[in-house]
Write a protein that binds this ligand. Structure first.
Ligand code: FAD
Length: 432
């Protein structure tokens, strides 16, 4: 049979499916080794308008790990934090994409005697003893950062292209399309002739595929992972150039409120965690509730002069039928003051997965070319921590790819007398 791949090619062709934070970071990790010629094939890119089909635009995003006792996830999150800390270093060209700040977390839920042990290695971590109201059981603070996600994603895309990476826009129906034809299966004119009349841009199987389709893993043919489901999150973007700290509140019933300072004098406030909710646009009543909760958590969201006179700790969060509490000696501040500073309401679908992230290798045939076997590395299902885990997951995916290419497909391994089990790496690295 005819096999167009040139075995002597210096760089191995790799297709990355997806241009969200996971696809872009994975693609950069590979491309910057100098060993691979990477092409991203994706339906949506960072410079497109925000939409429900691309989650990464909607993330806050702060680096606050939820890894708890999952040691592999902790290593992944830590590696990512170290990269972000370097990128956000004062004087670094990328500094402006981040805000380094003090993060304070209040919790009504019981963390047990070990408390927030998985965060204790964060810079300047300390437990707080001065709790703002009775229901708060644990409070702690540490240094971390938030990211201006749309700007950061654009930076990732340009860094990838500057390293020689290629991008192709396409909506992939089935993974076999890229397995058989590579990126040229989606070129505008796949059969372009060079001067010598040989076909260039000839569709051909890549050496490997890294699949990072986010929530698209549920519907993309050849993957169709039914363990993947959306956890919808709704947020508001406000003007608040005076805000220089972040706060979260986890209530007993699971309600989670956060306020993050964002580069450019902005603040992102949220949120919601609505499992299996696919609704694609913000709900007005949810926006109102978020604004109330966020204001109770961070009264400094209102502009100086319009806010309460005293510098307040967080207040108990208002709930339906319960008014936003007004501290003694203060006048209630109309929420319309905050609405005036609201620039955008949005929502995204966190790509959650039963059993956690899928980080593993599977071997596929190159479409009709049944005897050509290609490793597919899966890197999806990061739910609410895709930014937090991005660089560590990308390194993990690179390692899986290199092991797969070195050891060969299960068939090859069997031929060499090794066990085929070596080829399939157990992928679950915990959920959120
Ligand atoms: C409100 C909210 C707040 C969040 N806050 C944080 C936070 O503070 N910190 C944090 O770390 N995370 C946060 N997250 C989670 C984070 O946004 C996600 O984990 C992350 O964006 C997932 O990235 P992804 O690359 O897997 O998916 P996406 O960004 O959705 O990218 C998927 C890519 O795959 C492509 N694709 C899919 N199917 C196909 C197909 N068939 N053909 C071609 N291309 C396809 C898409 O076009 C896109 O390019 C938050 C999420 C939300 C909604």
């Amino acid at each position: 049979m005819v096999h167009f791949r040139d075995p002597n090619e210096a760089r191995k062709d790799v297709i990355v499916i997806g241009a969200g934070v996971i696809g872009l970071t994975s693609a950069i990790r590979l491309q910057e080794t100098g060993q691979y010629s990477v092409s991203i094939v994706a339906e949506t890119f960072p410079t497109d308008p925000k939409s429900i089909r691309y989650t990464s635009h909607w993330a806050g995003a702060h680096h606050v790990s939820h890894a708890m006792g999952d040691m592999r996830q902790r290593a992944i999150d830590k590696e990512t934090f170290d990269v972000f800390w370097e990128l956000s270093k004062p004087g670094a060209p990328t500094e402006g994409l981040f805000v380094r700040h003090t993060q304070t977390e209040y919790r009504e839920d019981d963390l047990g005697p070990e408390k927030a042990y998985w965060l204790e290695n964060m810079p300047e971590f300390k437990y707080l003893t001065d709790l703002p109201f009775d229901r708060v059981k644990t409070a702690y603070s540490f240094r971390t950062l938030t990211i201006n996600t749309p700007a950061y994603l654009a930076y990732l895309q340009s860094r990838f292209i500057a390293a020689g990476g290629k991008t192709v826009r396409a909506s992939i129906n089935h993974i076999s399309q890229v397995l058989e034809g590579g990126r040229h299966a989606f070129a505008v004119s796949p059969y372009t002739y060079s001067n010598s009349l040989s076909i260039v841009n000839r569709p051909r199987p890549p050496h490997a595929v890294i699949a990072c389709p986010g929530i698209g893993a549920r519907t993309l043919g050849g993957i169709m992972d039914e363990k993947v489901f959306p956890v919808r999150g709704q947020t508001l973007l406000l003007k608040a150039p005076w805000l220089d700290y972040g706060r979260t509140m986890t209530e007993e019933d699971g309600t989670y409120t956060y306020v993050m300072p964002r580069p450019g004098g902005l603040a992102l406030v949220g949120g919601t965690r609505e499992a299996n909710d696919w609704y694609p646009i913000p709900r007005e009543e949810t926006s109102q509730a978020i604004l109330q909760r966020a204001y109770a958590l961070v009264p400094d969201l209102a502009e100086p002069g319009a806010r309460y006179k005293s510098h307040l700790p967080p207040l108990p969060s208002p709930k339906p039928g319960r008014e936003l509490p007004v501290p003694e000696g203060e006048e209630a501040i109309p929420l319309s003051m905050l609405e005036m500073n609201t620039l955008e309401a949005g929502c995204g679908l966190r790509p959650a997965r039963e059993g956690g992230v899928r980080l593993e290798v599977e071997w596929h045939s190159a479409g009709k070319q049944k005897d050509v076997k290609i490793p597919v590395v899966y890197n999806y299902g990061h739910s609410g921590y895709g930014f937090i885990a991005s660089w560590g997951s990308a390194s993990y995916a690179l390692k899986l790819l290199e092991d797969a290419l070195t050891q060969g497909s299960p068939q090859d391994i069997k031929g060499k007398g090794k066990s085929a089990e070596h080829r399939t790496v157990d992928g679950s690295i915990g959920g959120n």
